[in-house]
Design a protein around this ligand. Structure first.
Ligand code: 5HY
Length: 251
């Protein structure tokens, strides 16, 4: 099984962290390719960042889909699940976002979860995704540590302590029985945090990797019938002309 795990932002060190988290849980027969888009924002922490991350993400989906053989499945490794539906139109294999995966995994482990994320301005997006995924009955709160995404990489930042503090408050005050980490950049913290917080702490990169791997092992692919069928060919102008369906790399 070959999985392509795409970091929709363009910070290669985060892609490396994401790849390490995915490989840590992948089965022996699974190959994980972690990919950084060739264009897009260094981090995604606004609607503008998210919108501008989608072309680069889709180009990587198309590239892996056009490969011989095509990738078996895909992970969108950003907590906003950017471009998820469009990616599903381009891919034949399953495509799962880390927010979707982490929320579902948490719902199997406790009565409710709290999302602990980066900037408060991204909390609305987390709620929108919980609503979309039918997870509002499980989502107790979305707590922000007010840490910019790229500061998570800074060993001098007090990111770990802040995330643990918010997680402990979630258990004490929100009725959270599990914690969902709201950023792919937190992927390396999950194992350490479960001991520190006392409830399951879920890294969406690992959760999405195992869900996609499982779907592939079940012989299941994206449904090409209906909403996620391939896009209809038509002209795209300007910078987006390379995205015309049928052009090389754009399946
Ligand atoms: C992520 N941003 O997982 C999100 C987290 C966030 O660049 N990778 C990013 O703050 O929404």
């Amino acid at each position: 099984v070959h999985l392509v795990v795409i970091n929709p932002n363009t910070t290669a060190s985060m892609t490396a962290l994401i790849g390490k988290s995915a490989r840590a849980v992948a089965a022996a027969g699974t190959t994980v390719t972690a990919v950084t888009p060739q264009m897009g924002p260094a981090s995604i922490e606004s609607h503008y960042d998210e919108a501008l991350s989608v072309p680069g993400l889709l180009a990587e989906i198309a590239r892996a889909q056009a490969a011989d053989p095509p990738a078996d499945g895909f992970v969108v490794a950003c907590f906003g699940d950017p471009g998820l539906d469009a990616a599903r139109e381009l891919a034949d294999g399953p495509v799962v976002g880390i927010a979707e995966a982490a929320m579902h995994a948490a719902s199997f482990l406790g009565r409710g979860f709290t999302v602990v994320t980066t900037l408060a301005r991204t909390a609305g997006r987390a709620w929108d995704l919980a609503e979309r995924y039918g997870m509002t009955r499980f989502c107790r709160a979305v707590r922000a540590c007010e840490i910019p995404v790229l500061a998570l990489e800074d060993p001098g930042s007090d990111a770990f302590a802040a995330i643990v503090a918010e997680s402990r408050a979630a258990v004490a005050d929100d009725g959270a029985e599990a914690i969902v980490l709201g950023c792919a950049g937190m992927a390396d913290l999950a194992a350490r945090m479960t001991a520190a917080v006392g409830v399951p702490v879920i890294d969406g990169v690992a959760a999405a990797t195992k869900i996609v791997e499982g779907l592939v092992a079940m012989g299941l692919r994206k449904s090409g019938h209906g909403e996620f069928a391939a896009p209809l060919p038509k002209p795209y102008t300007g910078l987006l002309s390379e995205f015309e369906i049928g052009k090389p790399d754009i399946c």
